[in-house]
Write a protein that binds this ligand. Structure first.
Ligand SMILES: [Cu+2]
Length: 462
C-alpha cells in the first residue's frame, strides 16, 4: 500500500483547534475492517503543524466508551495541560467510576473528570522539534494507544526553516509501530478486560510488553513511497508499545541525523543504523540521489525477525532537481550547565510471579507522591539504572546523555532528548534541565505495558 501521510489539522480559529476522539472503521489490512480509536477518527491522528511560541489551545472531545488523557510527548507544557493519567476526559452522558483492583492502588481523591471535552493549552515556548501526542490514561495507556490514539505535533521555528534542508513533500513524519491483528482485521491485544473499563493489565505472558507481527508506518502495513532521486527529511518516531527498532536502509544507504527528540543537533551525524526505542524520535536525511531510477530501497529493522524485519520501501522513480543540502552547522546547542543535584532512579521488576510489578526505586506509581523535587531553572544529573530494556521518558525536561556505564554515550544519544533507551543492567547518566513551569510532572518507562504496570513516578518542579 502507498505510504499515507496524515492530514494537517486545521484550526477553528487562529490558535484554536478542536478534535474528537472517536471510533472509526478503516481498511488497514486489505480486504478486512479494523475498528480504531483515533483523534479525528484517524490513525495516526492529524498532524498539528505549529510554530514555536504560537500559543495553541486544542479542545479534545471524547466520544469513546473509555476515559482519556492526552499528553503532548516532548512538550514544554504547563502541568494542568500535561495529560496527567488521572486527569481524564469522559464522554458526555457517560458515568465513570475510577477502576479498582490491586493493580495500582491509590487515593481516589487524586482523580479529576472533565465531561465531554476539555482544553489543553500548549504555549510551545521551545525549539523546533518533532513531538507527538498520545493517550496517557491511568493503567490503560498501552491498549488505548494500540487502538490508535496517537499523532504528530510538529514545532517549527525560524532557525530550522532557514536551513536548506528538504522541505514540503520531502519532509515526512513516519510513525512506525507494530500491531497484531485477528483474522477479521480487528486489533489483537491481550487485555484482561477488553472493555478497558474495569480491570487493567495484560495476561501474565505479556508482562514484558506486547509486540505485534505487523509493522505499520503512518497506519499502513509495510507501505511503499515513490521518491525522487533526491534527499528526504524523515522524522522517525517509534510509537510501538514495547518493540525496539534498529533501522537500516538496504541496499546501502546511510542516515544523516540532523535532530533528536528535542530538535536540531549542533552538527549532522552519519549512522549506518539507528536504534530507536519506544517514544524516541530521530530526524534524519535519507539521500536517494545515488540510486538509479527503478531502485527499491527497503528500510529494515535488523532487530526484527520474520515479517517484522521489514518496515517500508522507497521506490526511486526519477531524477529530479534538488536544491537541498545538509549544512555543517545546524544549530547552537547550549553547553550544559552545572548540575545542582544527582538523583538515582532504578527501573526494576519487583515482587513474585502473580504479584510482580514494574517499579521505580522499588515503588509502584503513587500519584501525588513525588520521587524528586527539582528547582525551576536548574539542571540535575539523573542516573537511570535498570534490569531490562526500559525507554525512560521525562516529561517537561530535556536532557543530554552524559554517559553509559561510565563510558561515553552512543553516537545516537546526541542532542537534546526526552527519552533514552536504557538497556539491561545499564547505568545511564543524563543532565536534565528543568525549565518552563513549576508543578507536577512524570517520569516513566515508555514501554507502555511497563508504564501501565506502575513503572511511573511523579516529580515536582518547585
Ligand atoms: Cu520498562
Amino acid at each position: 500500500m502507498p505510504l499515507p501521510v496524515p492530514e494537517t489539522a486545521v484550526p477553528v480559529r487562529p490558535g484554536q483547534y478542536e478534535i474528537v476522539q472517536r471510533a472509526a472503521k478503516l481498511e488497514t489490512i486489505p480486504g478486512t475492517t479494523t475498528e480504531i480509536w483515533g483523534y479525528g477518527g484517524t490513525f495516526p491522528g492529524p498532524t498539528f503543524d505549529l510554530r514555536r511560541g504560537s500559543r495553541t489551545v486544542i479542545r479534545v472531545r471524547n466520544e469513546l466508551p473509555v476515559p482519556t488523557s492526552t499528553h503532548l510527548h516532548g512538550g514544554v507544557t504547563p502541568a494542568h495541560s500535561d495529560g496527567y493519567p488521572t486527569d481524564l476526559v469522559v464522554a458526555e452522558g457517560r458515568g465513570f467510576r475510577p477502576h479498582g483492583g490491586d493493580h495500582s492502588p491509590h487515593d481516589l481523591s487524586q482523580w479529576t473528570f472533565h465531561h465531554g471535552a476539555r482544553d489543553y493549552a500548549y504555549p510551545l515556548e521551545q525549539r523546533a522539534a518533532t513531538l507527538w501526542y498520545h493517550d496517557h490514561r491511568m493503567d490503560f495507556t498501552a491498549p488505548q494507544v494500540w487502538r490508535g490514539l496517537a499523532g504528530f505535533l510538529l514545532v517549527r521555528d525560524d532557525e530550522d526553516d532557514a536551513l536548506p534542508l528538504p522541505k514540503g513533500e520531502r519532509d515526512l513524519p513516519l510513525m512506525i509501530c507494530d500491531r497484531a491483528f485477528e483474522e477479521d482485521g480487528s486489533f489483537r491485544y491481550p487485555s484482561l478486560d477488553p472493555t478497558l473499563l474495569v480491570r487493567p493489565g495484560v495476561r501474565d505472558a505479556f508482562m514484558e510488553g506486547v509486540e505485534g507481527d505487523v509493522i505499520l508506518v503512518n497506519g499502513a502495513p509495510w507501505p511503499f513511497l515513490d521518491v525522487d532521486a533526491a534527499r528526504y527529511r524523515l522524522r522517525l518516531l517509534n510509537a510501538s508499545s514495547a518493540r525496539r527498532l534498529q533501522l537500516r536502509l538496504t541496499p546501502g544507504g546511510r542516515f544523516v541525523q540532523i535532530g533528536s527528540d528535542q530538535g536540531l543537533l549542533a552538527t549532522p551525524l552519519t549512522h549506518d543504523a539507528i536504534t530507536i526505542s519506544p517514544g524516541e524520535r530521530f530526524d534524519v536525511i535519507a539521500d536517494f540521489s545515488d540510486h538509479p531510477a527503478g531502485t527499491e530501497v527497503t528500510m529494515v529493522n535488523t532487530l526484527g525477525v520474520g515479517a517484522a524485519r521489514d518496515v517500508m520501501r522507497f521506490r526511486v522513480r526519477r531524477r529530479a532537481p534538488d536544491d537541498s543540502r545538509i549544512p555543517k552547522r545546524l544549530s547552537q546547542v547550549e553547553p550544559a550547565k552545572a548540575a545542582v543535584a544527582v538523583r538515582t532512579f532504578d527501573f526494576r521488576r519487583t515482587g513474585q510471579e502473580g504479584a510482580a510489578a514494574w517499579t521505580i526505586n522499588g515503588q509502584r506509581f503513587r500519584p501525588g507522591q513525588p520521587l524528586a523535587t527539582p528547582r525551576l531553572n536548574t539542571s540535575e544529573i539523573w542516573r537511570f539504572t535498570s534490569d531490562f530494556h526500559h525507554p525512560v521518558h521525562v516529561h517537561l525536561a530535556r536532557f543530554q546523555v552524559l554517559s553509559r556505564n561510565g563510558k561515553p554515550p552512543a553516537p545516537t544519544d546526541a542532542g537534546w532528548k526526552d527519552t533514552v533507551d536504557v538497556r539491561p543492567y545499564e547505568v545511564v547518566d543524563v543532565l536534565a534541565r528543568f525549565e518552563g513551569y513549576r508543578g507536577r510532572y512524570l517520569l516513566h518507562c515508555h514501554n507502555l505495558e511497563h508504564e501501565d504496570m506502575a513503572m511511573m513516578a511523579d516529580f515536582e518542579v518547585i
